[in-house]
Design a protein around this ligand. Structure first.
Ligand SMILES: CC(=O)N[C@H]1[C@@H](O[C@@H]2[C@H](O)[C@H](O)[C@@H](O)[C@H](O)[C@H]2O)O[C@H](CO)[C@@H](O)[C@@H]1O
Ligand SMILES: [Zn+2]
Length: 282
């Protein structure tokens, strides 16, 4: 039986650990081929540690490449690539940021070029499963929205034998990261960081009925936390919470959640949701 192969498409160095770290660690530990594709080096990020605040632009991007390499080690992930090669597309900044207008940024990427670059990886890795964000990019960041657009186009075009070079490959399922609002609501007004006054202030979360899949973190939560700690320019970790540079506390949940956007659902777990991403492969 062929090994499960999962391809994850993330926008910046840090997203992979924050949103899918336990999932990646679990499947890597179970012997699956976990391939991470990161679309930018995170050159526009705000830097938390005082002693690293001199880093910006390309220097910050290069530093975050190193953070990402160590985070992948912590997750047991050995196949990591930058879409188009490291630095091909730059971090676009938050929606409305002047960096959105930089012609080198991912938000301004030529969709055909970016899609072709991802199809080459999909046809090489031949994943049964692709994971990225929903059409809103999980929380509206332009690079996240673009990652969804490129990944969805690549999911469709990789299966089209008349498209591009190499043998066509049709991944079976396409998932978007998600967090059910019911998991966030109990955390309003709690934790050691700045506290939100309402669940809407987190800036992400979906109605529970949009969540199809729940991956229990279990022992892999430790790997996720270790990986997040390596992204020290972006994340402060104080389990069971973490904060980004805005110091707003976010819960470190004991599960990671997804919405199945394409493909047949798998066997439901105890809560009625899928308990796994991949499925027996021929
Ligand atoms: C998790 C994630 O996508 N982080 C992005 C994000 O970072 C946020 C941004 O700097 C914002 O201005 C801060 O208030 C917030 O605290 C940060 O998390 O956007 C960055 C710029 O595009 C990106 O580098 C970072 O990876
Ligand atoms: Zn991001």
């Amino acid at each position: 039986m062929a090994e499960p192969r999962i391809l994850l498409v993330h926008a910046h160095p840090d997203d992979e650990s924050i949103e899918t770290g336990a999932t990646m660690a679990r499947y890597a530990a179970e012997g699956a081929h976990v391939c991470l594709v990161t679309c930018t080096r995170g050159e526009e990020g705000e830097v938390i540690p005082e002693n690293l605040r001199h880093l910006s632009g390309d220097a910050l991007g290069e530093y975050r490449v190193g953070e990402l390499a160590r985070a992948c080690d912590a997750l047991g992930v050995t196949d990591h690539r930058f879409l188009g090669g490291a630095g091909r597309w730059r971090d676009s900044g938050m929606m409305g940021d002047p960096a959105n207008d930089d012609p080198r940024c991912f938000w301004r990427a030529d969709l055909d070029e970016a899609t072709a670059a991802l199809v080459r990886i999909v046809r090489e890795v031949r994943p049964q499963v692709i994971v990225t964000y929903d059409a809103n990019g999980f929380y509206g960041h332009p690079d996240h929205i673009q990652a969804h657009r490129v990944a969805w186009r690549a999911f469709e075009r990789s299966a089209d034998s008349s498209y591009g070079e190499g043998a066509a490959w049709a991944p079976s399922r396409f998932y978007a990261t998600a967090i059910p609002l019911s998991a966030l609501e109990p955390e309003v007004g709690r934790g050691p960081f700045d506290r939100v006054g309402s669940v809407e202030e987190f800036g992400f979360g979906v109605p529970d009925d949009q969540v199809t899949t729940r991956i229990e973190a279990g022992p892999h939560l430790h790997s996720k936390v270790a990986a997040m700690r390596w992204h020290a320019t972006q994340i402060t970790v104080a389990p069971p919470y973490y904060a980004l540079s805005n110091n707003v506390g976010i819960p470190l949940l004991d599960a990671e959640y997804y919405t199945l956007l394409a493909g047949e659902p798998g066997i439901p777990g105890e809560d009625g949701r899928e308990a796994g991403l991949s499925h027996p492969v021929a």
